[in-house]
Write a protein of this length. Structure first.
Length: 425
């Protein structure tokens, strides 16, 4: 195996590609490729642009960081780990994947391997990517080069379930490629690998992992809406129900980010092309996509009930990243809350010590502030960052006009608030 695979190239050095590249670079020579020269310069200085890895993670690694295609010619095992987002119409945007495939195809040689890690709908690798590789390289699939699919399973911000500790699903275009790809990943994955029966099976396995979570969270969100009408605390209900051994422990909340809030649309897109309307998946997506507006409207009702003039009211939103304890703001659903409130002429301030102010402004045209700078009629704790968990009712009240309203999306302060108007999902 070591003679067959001499050098690995990882295409795309984001929160998925970088950890893979560094892990392999502790075992063999690696080329880390990204189209963004600024990102490459940061990596050369042992700085992770995603803020997931410390500088120590770069130590002891035999890796060349580059944005030059020519450098890829020295590799014979390519791993593609680029984003697969959706567009404004919730349709798959495969441009980054196609661009990466074209880059690989331009340097592809006989005997090379290409493994895709980007989340896609079943069939995408062989039906959409392979033809590009063949057309541009002039080589024949399986005869001249082999392809596999090994879906990423990295959970941003999770320091426990890291890359090497998560079982890796691997697949290949034939038995020989499956054996080689499996052995390559076994070099770095301590948890071991699962050899899927086909590339399509591996693609499908990944897409349903996040779709399953999306549907379950949607169910929790719908329960939250029902229990809100009954004046029942949802988190109290879940705590009680969770005492049964086989109860699935999901919680209501915003579903953003670049996985759970995106991947189901790839599956519904493929289903629609096959003439099937994915009713449960689409219903779950509709519920989760509407949660920002729902939360904003609940707050507006509370503001009106407090006899506060909506147009002169001030609301503080704490947290704008897509999940707790990460800097990533992509597909953050907190933005939906902010925009819904602003549509009612409410003045909204946003703070988040984890997020880059310039990135938030560039991505969403929302200006964050370094710290609360006025008295607020309501506060929304939207993201469960560690620093926010430490806040007390007294501290919240010090930022509020009069009694104040606290919206607690994660149930962090359940049964701890006595003097303020309190609402949670």
């Amino acid at each position: 195996m070591s003679e067959l695979v001499k050098k690995i190239a990882v295409i795309g050095l984001g929160y998925v590609g970088l950890p893979i590249a560094l892990e392999f670079a502790r075992k063999m020579q690696v080329i880390g490729f990204d189209i963004k020269e600024e990102r490459i310069n940061m990596l050369k200085n042992k700085k992770d642009p995603s803020n997931e890895l410390e500088s120590e993670a770069f130590e002891g690694c035999d890796i060349l960081f580059t944005h030059k295609k020519e450098d890829l010619r020295n590799a014979n095992f390519f791993i593609v780990a680029v984003p697969t987002p959706i567009d404004n119409h919730n349709m798959p945007d495969l441009n980054p994947l196609f661009s990466a495939s074209k880059t690989v195809a331009e340097v592809l040689k006989k005997g090379d391997y290409v493994v895709y890690e980007s989340t896609v709908y079943p069939g995408c690798t062989e039906e959409d990517c392979v033809p590009l590789l063949e057309k541009i390289s002039g080589l024949k699939y399986i005869k001249d080069f082999k392809v596999g699919f090994s879906p990423e399973r990295i959970n941003p911000g999770d320091k426990e379930h890291t890359l090497t500790k998560i079982k890796k699903v691997v697949s290949g275009c034939d038995s020989e490629s499956l054996e080689i790809i499996s052995k390559i990943y076994q070099r770095i994955i301590v948890a071991g690998v699962h050899e899927a029966e086909s590339i399509k099976v591996a693609e499908a396995a990944k897409i349903i992992e996040n779709t399953q979570r999306d549907i379950n969270i949607a169910f929790m969100n719908e329960l939250s809406m029902i229990f809100n009408k009954m004046n029942i605390n949802t988190f109290d209900v879940l705590k009680a129900a969770g005492t049964k051994w086989n109860f699935l422990k999901f919680s209501p909340g915003l579903v953003g980010g670049h996985c759970i809030g995106v991947d189901p649309y790839y599956l519904t897109y493929k289903a629609q092309n096959l003439g099937h309307h994915a009713r449960i998946i689409n219903a779950g997506r509709a519920i989760n996509d509407d949660m920002g507006a729902y939360i904003a409207k609940q707050l507006i009702r509370l503001i009106i009930a407090a006899d506060v003039n909506i147009k002169t009211s001030n609301v503080l939103v704490m947290g704008v990243t897509f999940k707790e304890n990460v800097t990533d703001i992509r597909n953050s659903k907190v933005v939906d809350i902010v925009r819904e409130l602003q549509s009612f002429m409410i003045n909204v301030d946003v703070v988040d010590y984890m997020a880059s102010a310039s990135e938030v402004e560039h991505e969403y045209n929302i200006k964050t502030i370094p710290a609360p700078n006025k008295k607020y009629d309501a506060i929304i704790v939207a993201v469960a960052h560690d620093e926010y968990k430490k806040l007390t009712e007294k501290e919240f009240q010090s930022m509020c006009n009069g009694k104040g309203i606290l919206i607690d999306l994660k149930g962090l302060y359940s049964h701890q608030i006595e003097g303020m108007t309190y609402w949670s999902l």
